[in-house]
Design a protein around this ligand. Structure first.
Ligand code: UDP
Length: 334
């Protein structure tokens, strides 16, 4: 995998985001060049602080919903070996606060990137960051790639999950019609350092509430489940997928299949942060609409095609994330 990236030029959209910034760091470490694009709606400059002086890193401040010609200049930036399309708000509160930007970046953004490449650089490989949300509130458990999902087309989550589904459609059209090397990764719940402090998803909320010794806000009865993947495992899976030959047109789930209820998650965070053992300091709040009841990836395909196996157990990953949220850096929101 490392050899593939050495000397390659990779354009990463959403480079200042949680996952985009980890991808940039790893590719630079492997000897690649990164051209990062971000409009800083939810991305943070602080996530890029190690790279801004790096000659192998270029930052373009732009919205990838616009045509690629408007921010990318091949004379100046050179040829592209790979595009990783990771721009999009991803947390339910963030995408619900930016619904138009969210559906545009996943639909027009995906179309504009692929159209540009089809015309100017058809051999560039393209990987689209899709999501477990394409399965909606799944009726099949665990979720396998061939499951079509159970999605509300006009619900509070639809600006995200339906636009990711359309993004997948666009990827399919370009790979079938123009024979381009387009791949789709469906990312399940991921956590780790560099998440926004005000992200609003379960682990930043619970960790920060536990650190501040305020009650942990469990939505609903807390019996709904999620399966959490530490960011280092996810990034390794993504880069394995991006770097392997002969995976054109493939869609692969990535995540950690270890499943927890929301309540179990709250108790575990309290145990690690405050050494408390029970359900004290938990505040039950309303369950948001269309909140998926169960979610767990079937990762057999990733295991077979990529030899992907999550290595970081939940406790270890949580401890690393808690340490991050204790730092001053985690409080910087730009
Ligand atoms: N959740 C919760 N308290 C919070 C934030 C989230 O109980 O402060 C629940 C939420 O209702 C959902 C699960 O945790 O059932 C995961 O939510 P998250 O926002 O992390 O992302 P999702 O997996 O729903 O996209």
């Amino acid at each position: 995998m490392q050899d593939y990236f050495n000397g390659k030029t990779v354009l990463i959209t959403g480079v200042a985001g949680f996952i985009g910034s980890h991808l940039a760091e790893q590719i630079l470490t492997f000897g690649g060049k990164v051209i990062g694009v971000d409009n800083f709606i939810t991305g943070r400059r602080i996530n890029l602080k190690e790279h801004l002086e790096n000659p192998n890193f270029t930052l373009l401040e732009a919205s990838v919903s616009n045509p690629m010609e408007s921010y990318f200049d091949p004379q100046k930036h050179g040829g592209l070996d790979l595009v990783l399309h990771f721009a999009s708000p991803a947390s339910p509160p963030a995408y619900q606060a930016n619904p138009v930007e969210t559906y545009l970046v996943n639909s027009s953004g995906t179309h504009n990137l692929l159209s540009y490449l089809e015309e100017n650089s058809p051999n560039t490989r393209f990987l689209f960051a899709s999501t477990s949300e394409v399965y909606g509130d799944p009726l099949i458990h665990p979720q396998k790639e061939d499951y079509f999902g159970n999605v509300n087309p006009n619900g509070e989550r639809s600006c995200y999950d339906e636009s990711k589904r359309l993004g997948e459609t666009i990827c399919g059209v370009f790979t079938r019609t123009y024979k381009m090397d387009v791949r789709i990764v469906r990312i399940f719940n991921t956590y780790g350092p560099k998440m926004r402090y005000d992200d609003g998803r379960i682990l930043p909320n619970f960790i920060n509430q536990a650190l501040e010794k305020t009650p942990l806000t469990v939505y609903g009865d807390g019996k709904q489940t999620r399966s959490y993947c530490f960011v280092d495992d996810l990034v390794r899976g993504i880069l394995l997928f991006a770097s392997k030959d002969d995976l054109q047109g493939q869609t692969i789930n990535l995540g950690n299949p270890e499943e927890y209820t929301v309540l179990e998650t709250a108790v575990l965070v309290q145990k690690i942060v405050n050494q408390s053992v029970g359900q004290e300091n938990i505040l039950f709040a309303n369950l948001p609409k269309d909140d998926p009841t169960r979610r767990k990836p079937d990762i057999n395909k990733a295991q077979t095609l990529l030899n992907f196996h999550p290595e970081v157990d939940f406790r270890t990953g949580l401890s690393k994330t808690i340490e991050y949220f204790k730092t001053q850096e985690s409080r910087i929101l730009e």
